[in-house]
Design a protein around this ligand. Structure first.
Ligand code: SF4
Ligand code: SF4
Length: 323
């Protein structure tokens, strides 16, 4: 489907709060693994019980192939496939195979990584596999990084890895990078620390290498945040389709524990799940503001957070079009 038409149709479905949207999903995400080598303090992975709350495992090449074939049938306007949810994608040794397979089927893979396992050797394999977008959380100083990620020495390893990938990406527009500043979680000034972080890399980098500061959310209730009282309808159930490594479909990438399962993509089609009773019920409850009746959403700060800018239709549309 044409990208503009797809965004237009999802905008109508969301605005009218249709429990059965006119369009099929726009953004597709599948989880390579729910296992991580870090325990960041802002992430549910830092809960010592986390690994017992959901079965741990890895997406296989066969299963991602089945999923991408299904996505091809939907023909979304957006050509990106995100490899993320819970866990570190590079913990799955098949990550370069996923990148190749997604490229071969005509899509662009994106993944978020903590960067520790993105060694020069792995970067070389990923680059040989095709185009991709890698988003990596980083910081301007080791102390800000260690404060969140907890292990001394990791900052220098990640910096070496990122500099190697930046050196490749600056001459290869098919490799896109987002270097995301998290220093402000440790109390640093977001603007100054972002500028300091940029100075760790060469000047005048091309537009395929972007830098910004992360906007933190409460990870489905993991963090205590100040919530507003002004309810906004969450757009994810009208736009995004998020799948765990086992094929379970969840409302969005904040549901890392798969508290609300809407179907399984290895046993039903995307069309059946998207228009199924469970998805319709989720949308109905969100429209009726019965967030506390949805396990995934009851503690999420998204419907209660964000300034005018975040909910401005022009901002939402431009975010979708960039994807
Ligand atoms: S934020 Fe990412 S790197 Fe940190 S513990 Fe969570 S999944 Fe792992
Ligand atoms: S309300 Fe929160 S948890 Fe629920 S779908 Fe939206 S972002 Fe996800």
């Amino acid at each position: 489907m044409n990208k503009y038409l797809h965004v237009f149709l999802l905008g109508i479905s969301y605005k009218l709060g249709l429990t059965r949207p006119i369009n099929l999903p726009y953004q597709f995400t599948i989880e390579p693994t729910n296992i991580c080598n870090f325990r960041c303090v802002f992430c549910p992975q830092s809960n010592p019980e986390h690994r017992f709350l959901r079965k741990q495992g890895y997406l296989t090449v066969d299963n991602i192939g089945r999923f991408i074939n299904e996505v091809k049938r939907v023909r979304p306007g957006n050509r990106n496939i995100s490899l993320t949810l819970d866990g570190e994608p590079a913990m799955n040794k098949a990550l370069p195979d996923f990148v190749k397979l997604i490229n071969d089927r005509g899509f662009l893979p994106r993944f978020s990584s903590n960067g520790k396992l993105l060694t020069p050797a792995l970067t070389d394999k990923l680059v040989s596999a095709g185009s991709f977008l890698a988003s990596v959380d980083f910081a301007s100083k080791p102390e800000y990084f260690d404060n969140v990620r907890g292990r001394e020495g990791d900052y220098d390893i990640v910096l070496v890895n990122l500099r190697y990938m930046v050196d490749i990406a600056r001459y290869n527009p098919g490799i896109k990078m987002e270097l995301v500043n998290i220093s402000h979680f440790s109390g640093a000034d977001p603007v100054k620390s972002l500028n300091d972080m940029k100075r760790l890399f060469p000047d005048n980098l091309p537009a395929n290498i972007a830098f910004w500061s992360r906007e933190f959310h409460n990870f489905g209730g993991h963090l205590k945040t100040t919530s507003g009282s002004n309810y906004k309808l969450c757009p994810y159930p009208w736009t995004s389709f998020t799948v765990t490594w086992e094929g379970d479909v969840v409302p969005c990438c904040r549901d890392t524990l798969a508290r609300t399962v809407l179907g399984n993509v290895f046993s039903h089609s995307i069309h059946e799940i998207w228009h199924g009773e469970r998805y319709q019920n989720l949308r109905k409850k969100l429209v009726q503001r019965k967030v506390d009746e949805i396990a995934a959403c009851e503690k999420c700060d998204l419907p209660w957070s964000g300034g005018q800018r975040r909910w401005n239709p022009r901002y939402v549309l431009s975010s979708l079009m960039r994807r």
